[in-house]
Design a protein around this ligand. Sequence first.
Ligand SMILES: C[S@@+](CC[C@H](N)C(=O)[O-])C[C@H]1O[C@@H](n2cnc3c(N)ncnc32)[C@H](O)[C@@H]1O
Length: 286
Amino acid sequence: MDSTAYKSGVTNAFKNAADSYDRGGVGFFTPMGRRLVELAAPQPGERVLDVGCGRGAALFPAARAVGPTGRAVGIDIADTMIEAARAEAARAGAENVELLVMDAERPSFARHSFELVLGSYSILFLPDAPAALARYPRIMTAGGRLAFTCPVFEADSFPFLPPVFTPMIPASVPAALPADWQPSELRRRYNSWLSDVELLRATLGEAGFTDVTVRDEAVPMTAESPAAWVDWSHTQGMRLLWERLPEPVAGELRDSLIAGLSELSGPDGSLVIETPVRFVTARVGS
Ligand SMILES: C[S@@+](CC[C@H](N)C(=O)[O-])C[C@H]1O[C@@H](n2cnc3c(N)ncnc32)[C@H](O)[C@@H]1O
């Protein structure tokens, strides 16, 4: 699969997921976005860009932090995500928020437009993230900050899922996926630079960043029930795989996830899964 096909697969998956994305009784992106913003510490009056902003899990906390004299711009390749985020901005009266359909691999802004660039669980979906990141310093101020999150990839974990899910994936799932969409292939082609901390530091250095910090922290993923979690998984990155599974195998995966998650549920059926997340910060080098 070439990177154009991968990118259109990603775009379509999120276009179709936007309506229910980050909704439906499962919490993960919202607390992660909040924590990312806490670590990035936007200051009143700053201009912030959120790449792959989705429905605004990081964008809205950032907009609140920069206040009325600052500006928070969210870009996303999925127009439906941008429409949903615009509706949320209107509902919240967030007048310092601007939302644009734009590819995060080629952000089109004037030089020195932003003091801070955020990307929560989005940079991992860029087919050539190292090249994309190298285009960011130009649109950032001298000493501008970059802060993003990604999964903590493990050698045998299923893409986009923490290791606790690995034993819940039946062998029929990888067997049914096309060669280009094999979990190991996705990780190797698009995310290997994120899995290895030394490679991550080197990639950011080559892209023009310095003072790189990498911290892995658990973010609680909460769900009302195993079934609610499985429904939610169709609205995030895992949708890329659901869309490519034939019905009998998708049914098998659903049953296996519900059985596995039921064992982790509390007495009321609800779930709290401590999910390792990689928080990365860096600064534009001089
Ligand atoms: C898992 S979601 C994260 C959304 C949001 N940052 C959050 O934390 O809820 C990934 C987002 O990245 C967006 N995305 C993927 N590839 C992109 C690209 N090339 N340019 C801009 N956005 C992209 C998707 O459309 C999706 O909204």
